[in-house]
Design a protein around this ligand. Sequence first.
Ligand SMILES: Cc1cc2nc3c(=O)[nH]c(=O)nc-3n(C[C@H](O)[C@H](O)[C@H](O)COP(=O)(O)O)c2cc1C
Length: 190
Amino acid sequence: MRNILVVVASSHKNANTDTLSDSFIRGAEQAGHKVRKVFLGGKTINGCLGCNACRFGKPCVQKDAMNELYPLFDWCDTIVMASPLYFWTLSARLKAFLERLYATSMPDDHPQKGRYERYPEKDCVLLMTAADDFFWTFEQAVSYYRFNCVRYLGWRDLGMVLAGGCGGCGTARRVPQVYLDEAYRFGRNL
Ligand SMILES: Cc1cc2nc3c(=O)[nH]c(=O)nc-3n(C[C@H](O)[C@H](O)[C@H](O)COP(=O)(O)O)c2cc1C
């Protein structure tokens, strides 16, 4: 059974991204996995300062909501990143969360090409919602996920649900049912 951390990087509770995440969570819990959901909306997570204190064995110098998230990140074996598409890429909330994982790196005596250090091993999932639904709508976001999370951080990609055609953001829940079903099945079959 997995320990799954679902990071919902939207500002709107019960709106599109949160609803898609809940479908995934329902499936995952029914399959017997332990799930912790963290809603980033309303939390302050600053971008990395690049001070490199964490490269000298110190914890991250910043005091913000990441302090409650680092223990959850340690706990999980599977990380689910859920984000609305903002200007054709991940939301700034998710980007800031990922930047701050810089502080979880460890020295690597045998670095692979393109990596200078090691990061905790995780399986990962990407869930996204967007207003548009072109064939290229999620291209930049998926590219970032593959380059950074899979190739650089070294996480194992379990898959994605890319829900286009969700309409405007805010309080509305407009995720097409086909994607809610896909997210549920994905969680159920993990
Ligand atoms: C700042 C901002 C930028 C957005 N950029 C895009 C975009 O580039 N492409 C797109 O299809 N939708 C875009 N959207 C729409 C949202 O991705 C979409 O409505 C999403 O489902 C909202 O998720 P939420 O309900 O969890 O807030 C944008 C919305 C906002 C507020």
